[in-house]
Design a protein around this ligand. Structure first.
Ligand code: NDP
Length: 460
């Protein structure tokens, strides 16, 4: 059948009405959850052409089902601080979608954590995990606990208490948490120790991001940052751009930011600025990464102390102003909603050519629209930062085979996965009428994989 323009317009309108209707329900059912609304609205709007072309997703209620978590667990996390005072935090785990594999996603310990943030992260994770090509569903967890200023013993007691409840809901074939903001190898180690004790069994596949001495994968610490640079490099290559000789600005100075800086520098870029929650540093000679690693990996150092060793550098106490620093390539790697329309305009005015997202949802919709209108190369988080969870899936594979792969092998697989994600996003964008729009392409490619699985698995 030849589709006339009128029938095509009708299908698009029906798809748009469907999307608007489901989004209204999401808003009503999750009042006040602004981050969750932001993430669902963003993804839903990308999917209109998919529903117009394939009404089966509407008929099977895929959007209604995919935006409602399979399970949301909220629990009390009581612990005793070093002064003997009882403290209480709130823990979360959202098990969002298990159609293509067990739930998989990080754990965030930060005072801002609430149901909205965990649900936005868990929702994004469904599509990101599908893009990796690995058999993993979407989940996320965390607590409104700040590890800052806590002793190792306090962190251990908190992690043990968190796991004492979580143990009832996870397992190597059920749900496999990993790290995120505030949760690194130390916290994963404490949680794994408690899980092992409570289960009475050694099941390394229950958590990823473990120390290599007990089942961790080589390259997992580097994976998100390295993967981001591999992705950006592929994206740039097609336009004849390169990291070599480029000026780069990276927000954050945590796990993702540090390894993104490392790989960008390895490819010949000059990273001139990075930040943490206290402010940002600008070093026109190029950031000295060894100093940043020493400050941020060992203890509670702040980037301002960088000036003790590099007095020619400059510190500004407003971290959001890092985007005033002119650069060719901007890599937000700190947290959500770092870049709004005003910041996007500043970046564009200052000549940015590439924006690739290491953190989750760092750019809001207006910023993304501005990047697209100005033909800035834009690498969306769920594609560009998928390297971390991809290597987590490789960690699970190694755990189940009781094997440890060498660094080069994991790094090569990571590289291949990032290239595949890039191609899948490019192809989906092209097929659905948004050539070059990797944001729309990534959303569509991830959705189709999960949506098709959901149809085949029936209404569950
Ligand atoms: P970390 O806790 O290791 O680091 C976060 C860094 O960001 C810290 O340096 C923190 O500063 C800084 N920061 C926090 N808020 C701000 C802010 N408003 N402005 C500037 N800096 C800020 O977390 P990760 O590196 O693991 O995670 C960073 C982002 O990447 C998150 O969005 C996370 O969801 C995402 N991500 C992480 C993955 C992973 O594998 N770890 C995988 C995929 C995505 P301070 O030290 O002062 O607290």
């Amino acid at each position: 059948m030849i589709m006339t323009q009128t029938t095509k317009d009708d299908s698009l309108q029906r798809a748009k009405d469907y999307v608007d209707g489901v989004f209204k329900t999401v808003q009503e059912r999750n009042p006040g959850e602004v981050e969750f609304h932001q993430a669902t609205k963003h993804i839903f709007s990308s999917l209109v052409p998919v529903f117009a072309k394939h009404p089966k997703y509407m008929k099977n209620g895929i959007l209604e089902r995919i935006s409602e978590p399979e399970r949301l667990i909220t629990f009390r996390v009581p612990w005793v601080d070093d002064n003997g005072n009882v403290q209480v935090n709130r823990g979360f785990r959202v098990q969002f979608n298990s159609s293509i594999g067990p739930y998989k996603g990080g754990t965030r310990f930060h005072p801002s954590v609430n149901a909205s943030i965990i649900k936005f992260l868990g929702f994004e994770q469904i599509f990101k995990n599908a893009l990796t090509g690995q058999p993993i569903g979407g989940g996320k967890g965390g607590a409104d606990f700040s590890p800052k200023g806590k002793s190792d013993n306090e962190i251990m007691r908190f992690c043990q208490s968190y796991m004492t409840e979580l143990v009832n809901h996870i397992g190597p074939n059920v749900d496999i948490p990993a790290g995120d903001i505030g949760v690194g190898a130390r916290e994963i180690g404490f949680m794994f120790g408690q899980y092992k004790r409570l289960r009475g069994a050694y099941e390394p596949g229950v958590l990823t991001g473990k120390d290599v001495r007990f089942g961790g994968s080589l390259v997992r610490p580097e994976a998100t940052g390295y993967g981001l640079i591999y992705f950006a490099n592929h994206m740039m290559h097609d336009l004849g751009l390169t990291f070599e000789g480029s000026n780069v600005v990276v927000s954050g100075a945590g796990n993702v930011a540090i390894y993104a800086m490392e790989k960008a520098m390895e490819l010949g870029a000059k990273v001139v600025a990075c930040s943490d929650s206290s402010g940002y540093i600008y070093d026109e000679q190029g950031i000295n990464l060894e100093t940043i690693k020493r400050l941020k990996f060992s203890g509670n150092g702040q980037v301002a102390s960088y000036l003790d060793e590099h007095p020619h550098a400059v510190f500004h106490d407003n971290c959001a102003e890092i985007w005033n620093v002119p650069c060719d390539i901007a890599l937000p790697c700190a947290t959500q909603n770092e870049i709004d329309a005003d910041i996007a305009k500043t970046l564009i005015k200052n000549g940015v050519k590439v924006v690739a997202e290491g953190s989750n949802m760092p750019s809001n919709q207006e910023a993304i629209d501005l990047f697209n209108e100005s033909h800035i190369l834009f690498g969306p988080a769920k594609a560009a930062n998928a390297g971390g969870v991809a290597v987590s899936a490789l960690e699970m594979a190694q755990n189940s085979m009781k094997l440890t792969w060498p660094f080069e092998k994991v790094d090569k697989k990571l590289h291949e996965i990032m290239l595949n994600i890039y191609h899948n996003a490019v192809n989906a964008a092209e097929e659905y009428g948004y050539p070059g729009n990797l944001d729309v392409g990534a959303n569509i490619a991830g959705f189709i994989k999960v949506g098709d699985a959901m149809i085949r698995e029936g209404v569950v």
